[in-house]
Design a protein around this ligand. Structure first.
Ligand code: GCB
Length: 618
């Protein structure tokens, strides 16, 4: 189903290449109806609705298939499946938190929604859009398969053949399978809970026959060949769903700046350059967003876009040309109070509000792309974002197929968010073990990310070489050569030794690049008090933070920020201490009820100091 479109001219032009998928971006600004709400389901651990008794995939028209109607033709027809109001789930939402019997469920659940849709009188195209389904989704409408998608955290859409959509009684079925797999992304082993289900919005989208599928309008890096030019230039492209007619034009408008520019579409993808005199740059202290309109004669889409430059230069990260110190926090896409995946604007407000309370100007959205409301809200709050794909730990780096799966998720992540000023870092993975095969795999992802978007920094959370010398830990992972920002995770005082180890430890990287600490943290059960040598006490975690912060003050001069692990306690099947963990990773600065632990205040005080030191990037 995925269309591979790559414009060679564009690649050679050296600017962002076109996204290689058919995703309709900025979905909230399109004509849609929501298919959220109550869906009926069948739980199917043996995948009886998909395979026959010889474990062969059922034919599309086979009545036993669960995508086919559950209504008997007549009373003698055998039906061994059926959807019922007695069994329902809410969409969006993972299934795990909705029914006690699904808490640990990993497998297949069939979702079914009936809906009516009065088509417009005009000549339209119709799509089904899913914000995210974890992990594999097979989509069927009125018994016909529209497509299959893998990847639990990125959006996708499938076109509905016009004749298939009925005014009443459409029968939409989604087979969702969240079984983990050795050759999937992520793989079998993760330190977070594998929430299953239709976890983000579902929409029916109505588009004109010819429409604007996607567009990018962003400032390029200040040092990327614009020396001498004082007027900020926004560059990018507009991607149509069709080959343009002769002289078909595209209009870009930014009313507040009195900009209205018409360009002739040269191809399905047309490059554009817009000069933005008098633009007020986006920054954490002034997160200015402009209304931007992109239109053709047939279609018009409205967005809110911020303009800023971001780049790694020597030892610094420069935002709009000024050094940026990132006062970050790592966040999982989870609402611990309800033990569920985050998906809504209210959820984003909770998570980003908690980060704000800590004094953050940056968040690391770990370890997978979060809901679009997060990056949209970060845009309007002025919080810079690290966005990551779930290439985590021990993916099968030797497999070309796995690389394609990772690239597809990278592509969808970048495509969805490439107009978000808040997003400054694309991360291609976390703690991947050093080997030549791994490095090649990660290098291909970095190359792909740069081809898709060369206006942002590329990074990955690396591991540390602890064996380089007595008191010196070096970040020398060969991947450091290819990233813009060298980032590493360290747990000195939690994994290996006690926090006082920080007193004698120094850090360095073998690369002449900015250095970022993408994780450090220690576990504590909120409300458990003891002396600071007692693991899981708030005092231990506070001691850890005290020692870490003292050590941070001795970091080399290319140290540009940190995103400690982690904002809030989160569910993990790997955390089985029956007294202190009970299935939770307890490294949160907030617990699962939203209470602050002692360490919260220590990090907050450190951030207040750093804010004073770098006042220009509040
Ligand atoms: C890490 C991982 C993170 C874990 C964390 C921990 O290094 O990147 O996903 O949850 O450590 O708590 O051990």
């Amino acid at each position: 189903m995925r269309k591979l479109i790559l414009t060679a001219a564009l690649l050679t032009a050296g600017f962002c290449a076109v996204a290689q998928n058919n995703l309709i971006t900025n979905i909230k600004a399109r004509k849609t109806i929501s298919l959220n709400g109550t869906w009926q389901y069948i739980v199917d651990p043996y995948e009886t609705g998909f395979y026959d008794y010889r474990y062969k995939e059922l034919r599309e028209d086979q009545p036993d298939a669960y995508w086919n109607t559950d209504v008997q033709k007549d009373r003698s027809e055998k039906k061994e499946h059926g959807y019922t109001d007695k069994l329902t789930l809410q969409v969006p939402g993972d299934w795990n938190h909705q029914k006690p019997e699904f808490v640990y469920y990993e497998g297949t659940i069939w979702y079914k929604k009936s809906f009516d849709y009065a088509k417009s009188s005009g000549n339209s195209k119709y799509f089904l859009y899913f914000g995210a389904v974890n992990y594999r989704a097979d989509i069927y409408l009125n018994g016909k398969k529209l497509g299959m998608h893998k990847g639990g955290f990125t959006p996708f859409n499938f076109e509905i053949p016009e004749s298939l959509l009925k005014p009443t009684g459409n029968f939409l079925v989604v087979k969702v399978d969240n079984k983990r797999g050795a050759d999937e992304v992520p793989t079998l082993n993760t330190d977070w809970w594998n929430y299953g289900g239709i976890t983000r919005d579902v929409k029916l989208v109505e588009m004109p026959q010819t429409f604007i599928q996607d567009y990018v309008i962003q400032l390029r890096k200040a040092h990327a060949g614009m020396a001498g030019s004082k007027t900020p230039l926004a560059e990018g492209w507009v991607k149509l769903n069709h080959q343009p007619a002769a002289n078909e034009s595209i209009t870009i408008e930014i009313p507040e700046l009195k900009i209205k520019k018409q360009i002739t579409a040269t191809d399905q993808l047309t490059k554009l350059v817009v000069s933005l005199p008098k633009v007020q740059l986006w920054s954490p202290s002034q997160p200015k967003l402009y209304k931007v309109l992109v239109s053709t004669t047939a279609d018009k889409v409205e967005d809110k876009i911020g303009f800023r430059t971001i780049e790694a230069q020597g030892k610094q990260v420069l935002l709009n040309g000024k050094p940026l110190f990132m006062r970050g926090i790592s966040i999982h896409g989870e609402i611990p109070q309800d033990v569920r995946r985050a998906y809504s604007e209210a959820d984003a407000r909770q998570l980003l509000g908690q980060a704000r309370d800590l004094g953050c100007n940056m968040v690391r959205l770990a370890h997978y792309p979060h809901d679009e409301t997060m990056t949209r809200l970060a845009d309007s709050l002025g919080i810079v974002v690290w966005s990551e794909i779930p290439v985590y730990w021990t993916i099968n780096f030797g497999s070309a197929e796995v690389l394609e799966k990772a690239k597809a998720q990278l592509n969808e992540m970048i495509t969805r968010d490439h107009n978000r000023a808040s997003v400054i870092i694309w991360s291609v993975g976390n703690e991947t073990p050093v080997s030549a095969v791994r490095t090649n795999f990660m290098k291909s992802l970095i190359t792909a990310a740069r081809e898709m978007d060369n206006t942002r920094m590329i990074s990955a959370a690396l591991e540390v070489n602890y064996n380089s010398g007595k008191n010196l830990n070096i970040v020398d992972d060969p991947l450091g050569e290819f990233v813009d920002l060298v980032a590493f995770n360290e747990y000195l005082g939690w994994y290996g030794g006690l926090p006082d180890k920080c007193r004698t430890t120094n850090w360095a990287t073998s690369y002449n690049k900015p250095l970022f600490i993408s994780e450090m943290g220690a576990g504590a059960k909120e409300g458990f008090h003891a002396d600071s040598l007692t693991r899981f006490s708030e005092e231990y975690q506070a001691w850890f933070y005290r020692e870490q912060i003292a050590m941070l003050k001795r970091m080399p001069d290319n140290y540009v920020g940190i995103s400690p692990w982690v904002l809030a306690d989160f569910r993990s099947p790997k955390r089985n201490n029956p007294v202190y963990q009970e299935g939770w990773n307890r490294k949160g600065l907030y617990d699962d009820k939203g209470n602050k632990k002692q360490a919260f205040y220590l990090l907050k005080a450190y951030y207040a100091e750093m804010e004073k030191k770098y006042p220009q990037q509040k």
